[in-house]
Design a protein around this ligand. Structure first.
Ligand code: C5P
Length: 238
């Protein structure tokens, strides 16, 4: 599938048109950003690591019956995806307290959240991705109520699949963010899944293995992503 004109460049990925109107190429760059794009750095090999990590996870989600934009990995840094009409809302599920939940409620980090929480944020860097709710989504028309209900259902279904996948590798899935879009009338997962968009802790030591290493300046960012991938059985040389 030939890459054509660039359609969009995000903070870490660029999206290209192809000869097929329904299909796009998602190119993973080495750029790493945090704090709504205020901290940006190029990390060597990141594009390749996240592309392969994402392809592995997407294949597990598709096998579990979750509709995904992912079609196939094309090479080290590109994957083929379906063109979705994106819903500008971020869905976050948390199994353990961390990040903005800890700051918002002044609670301890690492508390088990039972049942897991579900939060919505508006995808808007300029506004710092403000927290929203289902009523806002309906009022401002960001998605139909049925579409939002489906996105929520799929976000929790992803939790069931991935919590176990990571735990089997001795890793806790602390929380994650997902975005959805509509493809031919169906709500479809339209996001990457990599250590950039979730929190992963070693189950024994609770060492952080995700983008918090970058946010908090802990070092060994890509080495940690790769170590997680290797524990899951991903071959980054393939
Ligand atoms: O910052 P916060 O604690 O709300 O993030 C919850 C989860 O969502 C984390 O795993 C974080 O990496 C992810 N997230 C993201 N992109 C954002 C906001 C949060 O991937 N814009």
């Amino acid at each position: 599938m030939e890459k054509r004109a660039q359609l969009y460049a995000g903070k870490a990925k660029s999206v290209y048109e192809t000869d097929d109107h329904d299909l796009l190429v998602m190119h993973f760059r080495d750029d790493t950003s945090a704090f709504d794009g205020k901290k940006v750095e190029k990390l060597d090999r990141k594009g390749m690591v996240n592309n392969k990590f994402n392809a592995f996870i997407m294949e597990k989600l598709v096998a579990a019956g979750i509709p995904c934009h992912f079609v196939k990995r094309l090479n080290d840094t590109d994957s083929l995806v379906k063109r979705l009409d994106m819903i500008p809302v971020e869905c976050v599920v948390r199994n353990l307290s961390s990040g903005s939940l800890v700051r918002r409620l002044g609670i301890e980090e690492g508390l088990e959240l039972n049942p897991p929480t579900f939060e919505l944020f508006l995808k808007n860097d300029a506004m710092g991705d403000p927290m929203i709710n289902e009523s806002y989504v309906a009022t401002f028309g960001w998605a139909d109520p049925e579409q939002l209900a489906r996105a929520k259902e799929l976000t929790f279904k992803v939790n069931e699949v991935l919590k176990k996948l990571f735990l089997d590798a001795g890793i806790l899935l602390v929380d994650y963010k997902l975005e959805f879009g509509v493809f031919k009338g169906e709500v479809v997962l339209g996001d990457e899944f990599s250590p950039d968009g979730c929190r992963l802790w070693d189950a024994e030591t609770r060492e952080k293995l995700d983008k918090d290493r970058f946010r908090q300046g802990l070092g060994s960012v890509i080495e940690s992503y790769e170590a997680v991938g290797q524990r899951l059985g991903i071959d980054f040389n393939a």
